[in-house]
Write a protein that binds this ligand. Structure first.
Ligand SMILES: [Zn+2]
Length: 152
């Protein structure tokens, strides 16, 4: 069963990342039946807070395929994807994501993102990071400008 092979590979990547000083997260991205990206959490070596394994796998896959859309792809992740990674999956057309360890298993080790999911489930005005509209007076036409530029 290839699914099990993909997940075992994601877990092996996660374990290797521990040895490399990183967090216990690995991901394998499968597109049209082929592994197109293998990635690990690289926050420890990039200082990039968005360098989660799933994000890195999406970046690698898009670069390797030369396209920003990954419609129909599947991701095998060692841990439950965080809201950022899940949103990225939605934005590029990932069809399904699998994870081995859930947030409850990660909680005792500070590896759960359940609190972020809980925040994002609240109305924007009630989140601890308020999202508020703010457009300076006189500002207009940004999207129309883009539409005109992209149709020329
Ligand atoms: Zn993530």
């Amino acid at each position: 069963m290839p699914e099990e092979r993909y997940m075992r590979e994601a877990l092996e990547l996660a374990r290797a990342n521990i040895q490399a000083g990183g967090r216990p997260f690995g991901a394998v991205l499968v597109y049209q039946g082929k592994v197109v990206a293998r990635a690990v959490n690289e926050i420890h070596c990039t200082q990039d807070p968005t360098a989660h394994a799933e994000m890195q796998a999406i970046r690698q896959a898009a670069k390797a395929l030369g396209q920003a859309r990954l419609d129909g792809a599947q991701i095998y992740a060692s841990g439950h994807p965080c809201p950022m990674c899940l949103a990225a999956m939605h934005l590029c057309g990932i069809e399904r994501a699998w994870f081995a360890y859930d947030n409850d298993e990660g909680e005792p080790y500070g590896l759960s993102t359940a609190a972020v999911y809980a925040q994002m489930a609240r109305p924007p005005q009630q989140q601890c990071l308020p999202l508020r509209p703010f457009k300076p007076s006189g500002e207009a036409g940004l999207y129309q400008q883009w539409k005109q530029a992209s149709t020329q």
